[in-house]
Design a binder for this molecule. Structure first.
Ligand SMILES: Nc1nc2c(ncn2[C@@H]2O[C@H](COP(=O)(O)OP(=O)(O)OP(=O)(O)O)[C@@H](O)[C@H]2O)c(=O)[nH]1
Ligand SMILES: [Mg+2]
Length: 245
């Protein structure tokens, strides 16, 4: 632009192309660029993130989407930290008739719930097991270790499953999200991110940093508190909204 090598409109188009390329690069060589669970296979989606990012809400929306698309879906309520967490995820699950695996005890080991969830999913031939986890700050080592343990349980007990480890990122937190993503990436072996709260003023620029620096694809965006307010991520739509909005 400075060299006036291109007229302004063409320069904007070129910039959009560069941004789309950054967002799509983590998908290079992957067959699953349209993100959906594989049919007739157990898919396990581990959903993680800091407190209040929108994990449980997103799980409710994903269960709804899966139900509507004809998948046999199950939720493991592995947020055993907050008393009301299991109730919250059950209310969401009821809306899409999705069974919830939980442990009625107090402060139980979340990895044990995940273990039970995998066993139930295998017994019922479920195709998608959504794992809700407790919110945790990335600087709390014991909680991040607990997350690593959950991940190990999944790897060990569901060796044939298609595993996705998804970080839920609150778009309003800006570049703080990048540091979170780095730490979660190590603990949970992240394979993608979900950006929430894009219905507010946040534009979600952190998506670019997450894609570029951590090589993680953005898989869904949340744009509201309702059950339908989740959409598959499109780099085209995202960049248009980023630069035109
Ligand atoms: N506006 C808006 N609000 C959202 C979105 N996703 C989640 N929320 C709201 O964010 C708040 C926290 O959502 P939860 O789903 O409970 O978040 P969480 O990550 O499960 O929280 P913890 O389990 O406490 O760590 C709730 O008030 C949700 O309604 C979104 O896409 N847009
Ligand atoms: Mg939650």
């Amino acid at each position: 632009m400075r060299q006036e090598a291109l007229p302004p409109a063409a320069a904007i188009d070129y910039l959009k192309e560069i941004l789309r390329e950054i967002l799509d690069r983590p998908l290079a060589g992957s067959s699953n660029s349209e993100f959906f669970p594989l049919k007739d296979t157990l898919n396990i989606w581990l959903v993680t993130g800091v407190n209040g990012a929108g994990k449980t809400t997103t799980i409710g929306k994903l269960a709804h989407m899966a139900h509507q698309s004809g998948y046999r879906c199950l939720i493991a309520a592995a947020d055993t930290f907050r008393a009301a967490a299991v109730e919250q995820v059950k209310i969401w699950a009821e809306r899409s008739d999705t069974p919830v695996i939980s442990n009625p005890g107090k402060n139980t080991d979340p990895a044990a719930v995940v273990y039970d969830g995998i066993a139930a999913a295998q017994a019922r031939q479920a195709e998608l097991l959504l794992v809700d986890t407790a919110g945790r700050l990335q600087n709390k080592k014991n909680l991040m270790d607990e997350l690593s343990k959950i991940r190990r349980i999944i790897d060990k007990n569901a060796p044939g499953a298609q595993i996705e480890s998804l970080l839920v990122l609150d778009a309003t937190l800006g570049q703080n999200g990048l540091r979170q993503a780095e730490v979660f990436s190590q603990a949970a072996q992240l394979s993608g991110a979900i950006l929430t709260k894009l219905d507010g003023t946040a534009k979600g620029g952190v998506a670019l940093a997450v894609a570029q620096q951590l090589n993680l694809p953005i898989r869904f965006i949340g744009a509201g508190e309702g059950i339908e307010d989740l959409r598959p991520f499109s780099s085209y739509e995202f960049v248009e909204a980023l630069l035109n909005g």
